[in-house]
Ligand binder design. Structure first.
Ligand code: NDP
Length: 333
């Protein structure tokens, strides 16, 4: 089976030359193991961090080894109790066609509840990030005005919709195209949205939230965070989920320049990792899967077909080519 390797550590923006698609032997499962044929795998902004050598909360990708990431697939051989050929599983060995792994590192998932790809997004790590980040880290309360950046992306689209479902008085989102902005207001139920590329964020945010905001869910950092600090109300809360505007820069950021607002307004700013909030998984899954079933929460996916397009899909996420979750699908045969 084929697998993507990282072959060089990118400086600034990654390019296709930093990766290679290579043939890998497919190992038969040993005791306690399963062999999975991957059907889809996830490409995510956090993977950019793993391409650098610096120590972080996940170890760097090793050079000239298959890359990793969330994937869903079908069990084709099993030496593990509780797993049989034909079962669908979620696991961490993406970026490849076949994966041999310890069954303890895989979770059986049901396609009765939702299509398989939903476990890479809404019903998986993405949905939990939005749920825990908004409800726990940002201490969301009914009646809050919420601003979320990256709002037409995977996490952001869920944040805005969950805020509305939980009784936000106003939800504002930003995204990088007029088409995405329309999706936010016309399909996701945002009260206001703007294209951050068409005018300064500070100006547009002030117009969209004239009475200020209680919560900022940050996916972007930089000038978005600066604009949010300006319009946050006293005792406002900021959940820092990510800062994608900084992932490929080689110079230190020039914003936010207004950190004294934190003191003046007694703001609380807290970064978080979804892995710290696994204890909310049950509650999250119950509530969010019910919203999906009832149609109260919708989601988009951008599917890129073929493992050979995996790197292009990843680069596409960094450039905003996705609406909702970016997924690489591996057709049969
Ligand atoms: P998305 O689906 O949101 O894809 C990334 C989006 O970011 C792109 O579609 C693009 O949309 C936008 N973007 C890219 N560059 C910029 C820029 N310079 N300024 C503003 N927007 C930009 O990805 P995810 O939902 O997977 O991730 C969203 C954020 O959440 C990321 O920061 C990620 O690192 C973080 N994250 C953090 C987790 C945690 O545990 N803390 C877990 C999962 C994700 P556009 O067209 O609008 O520019």
């Amino acid at each position: 089976g084929r697998a993507w390797h990282l072959t060089a550590r990118p400086q600034g923006w990654p390019t296709p030359a930093d990766f290679a698609l290579r043939e890998e032997p497919v190992a038969a499962p040993g005791p306690g193991q399963i062999l999975v044929r991957n059907l889809s795998f996830s490409v995510d902004p956090y993977m950019r961090g793993r391409m650098s050598a610096e120590k972080s909360y996940v170890p760097p990708y090793e050079l000239d080894r298959p890359m990793e990431g969330a994937a869903v697939g079908i069990v084709v051989a099993s030496q593990a109790e509780g797993f049989a050929p034909g079962d669908h599983v979620l696991h961490g060995l993406g970026w490849r066609e076949y994966a041999t792994l310890n069954a303890r590192q895989a979770t059986t998932v049901s396609t009765d509840l939702a299509p398989l790809t939903a476990y890479l997004g809404t019903l998986g790590m993405i949905g939990l990030t939005a749920y825990a980040g908004l409800l726990r880290v940002a201490s969301f309360r009914e009646g809050d005005t919420v601003f979320v950046s990256g709002a037409a992306g995977a996490v952001g689209g869920h944040v805005g919709q969950i805020a509305k479902l939980k009784g936000a008085s106003r939800v504002v989102g930003s995204a990088g195209s007029d088409e995405k902005v329309r999706l936010l207001t016309e399909e996701y139920g945002f009260d206001a949205a703007f294209n951050y590329k068409s005018a300064p964020v500070a100006e547009q945010l002030r117009a969209a939230a004239p009475d200020g905001i209680d919560v900022y869910f940050d996916n972007v950092g930089g000038d978005h965070l600066e604009a949010a600090l300006d319009v946050l109300k006293e005792h406002g809360r900021v959940a820092i989920c990510g800062m994608i505007s900084l992932y490929n820069v080689t110079e230190p950021p020039s914003a936010p320049r207004n950190l004294p607002e934190v003191v003046k307004k007694r703001l609380r700013i807290e970064g978080f990792l979804v892995s710290d909030h696994r204890d909310m998984k049950e509650e999250f899954f119950q509530e969010v899967s019910a919203w999906v079933r009832s149609g109260e929460l919708t989601y988009r996916e951008t599917l890129v077909e073929g493992i050979e397009n995996g790197v292009e899909a990843f680069l596409g996420v960094l450039k905003g080519e996705n609406t909702g979750k970016m997924i690489v699908s591996l057709p049969e045969g």
